[in-house]
Design a protein around this ligand. Structure first.
Ligand SMILES: Nc1ncnc2c1ncn2[C@@H]1O[C@H](COP(=O)(O)OP(=O)(O)O)[C@@H](O)[C@H]1O
Ligand SMILES: [Mg+2]
Length: 353
């Protein structure tokens, strides 16, 4: 975290998407009520200004030495826009969540890198952009393949062996329809020589062109934890831990996306300790964590610092918190916007931002 001693800690800027969007509640496209966040922060005596993120540059709004809370987006172009603007704003402001956590959003590749940067160890994982590299590594099968974007288990596959991996990656790769015609032409009909490139070879050029126009997905390979029938979704909001179990469907190892939730369990201290450790390492007022148990240890498999599903808050009866160094369940919860505002306030006070 930056050390901005001079920041006026009673002022917060909220940057939203179109129509005051700050994700999310029921679905990724349904916003929280930003006015409720503002109202709650105002109640704690913060001066809150809300801007549309596109106005920052286009209306030349100068933001310096501010605390900026901003919305993520699931839409790739909007996410890129947010990354551009926030990369700039990060130079002279404290942005929440941090830039690294923004890069982690919808990017399981950077999640792997950042997790390791923060000193978090866990399941073995590798990050690749093509199949070609893989043979230089000793990959233990079966293994989990995850495209770096995607949610609800859609980009997550159990891979039994190298051949299986090759087939799955082929299915995930695409050549645009019109380009495939061009490829055909180059393969069978093209006969060219270039005086300035005497080494040109039509067939080699065809192969290289084919590789060039193929759209591939970046992906990670992650150590497989066998035999799971559920995982845990823990939402951490600065000292409060909302916990939920998500069950798999029969014949499928993925719990994400099934919507089979369970709140009738008592999390072991070790699970909450794991969530707390991750939360402390990643440094954000809000963190959604997917955690699995291999029978001995808990492992983080995915995380998100904003714009996560909020069922764990809405459907649970309360949260876990440390009181006198012991985990206690507190039967109480506020609405989501107040929980977000309160967590932000506790975070700002704790870190003396
Ligand atoms: N390494 C793993 N071993 C076993 N099961 C896993 C592993 N990683 C993910 N899963 C299962 O697949 C689901 C989806 O994986 P996750 O990484 O959370 O992706 P998504 O973004 O689709 O939620 C998880 O909820 C979990 O049930
Ligand atoms: Mg997940």
């Amino acid at each position: 975290m930056k050390d901005f001693d001079h920041i006026n800690n009673k002022k917060i800027i909220i940057l939203t998407g179109d129509n005051n969007f700050y994700g999310q509640t029921r679905k990724p496209w349904v916003s929280m009520n930003v006015m409720a966040i503002k109202e709650r922060l105002s109640h704690y005596s913060y001066e809150v200004n809300i801007y549309n993120i596109q106005d920052v540059f286009n209306k030349k709004i100068t933001l310096e030495n501010e605390i900026i809370l901003y919305s993520f987006s699931q839409k790739p172009n909007v996410r890129q826009y947010i990354i551009d603007v926030l990369t700039f704003l990060n130079k002279n402001n404290t942005i929440i969540p941090s830039l690294d956590l923004l890069y982690c959003h919808e990017n399981k590749g950077y999640q792997k890198i950042y997790k390791e940067m923060c000193g978090l160890t866990g399941l073995k994982a590798w990050y690749f952009s093509s199949l070609k590299e893989i043979d230089n590594y000793n990959i233990p099968y079966p293994i989990i393949l995850k495209t770096i974007t995607g949610s609800n288990g859609k980009g997550v596959f159990l891979i039994q062996n190298r051949r299986d991996l090759e087939k799955r990656l082929k299915k995930l790769s695409k050549i645009e329809f019109l380009k495939s015609f061009d490829l055909f032409r180059r393969h069978y009909f093209r006969k060219k020589t270039f005086p300035e490139y005497p080494n040109h070879n039509d067939y080699e050029d065809y192969l290289q062109y084919k590789e060039y126009i193929t759209k591939n997905e970046n992906f990670i390979l992650q150590e497989f934890v066998p035999g799971l029938t559920y995982d845990y979704r823990i939402l951490a909001l600065e000292g409060k831990y909302f916990a939920m179990k998500r069950h798999t469907r029969e014949g499928d190892f993925r719990a994400s996306g099934t919507k089979i939730f369970d709140f009738t369990f008592n999390p072991e201290d070790a699970l909450l300790n794991c969530a707390e450790k991750v939360y402390n390492h990643l440094d954000s007022p809000f963190l959604s964590m997917d955690i699995v148990f291999n029978g001995h240890e808990y492992f983080l498999i995915e995380f998100q610092a904003s714009h996560f599903g909020v069922s764990a808050i809405l459907k649970s009866k309360g949260y876990y918190t440390r009181i006198k160094n012991e985990w206690r369940f507190v039967k109480e919860k506020l609405n989501v916007e107040y929980e977000i505002a309160d967590a932000l306030d506790r975070y700002i006070l704790k870190h003396k931002i």
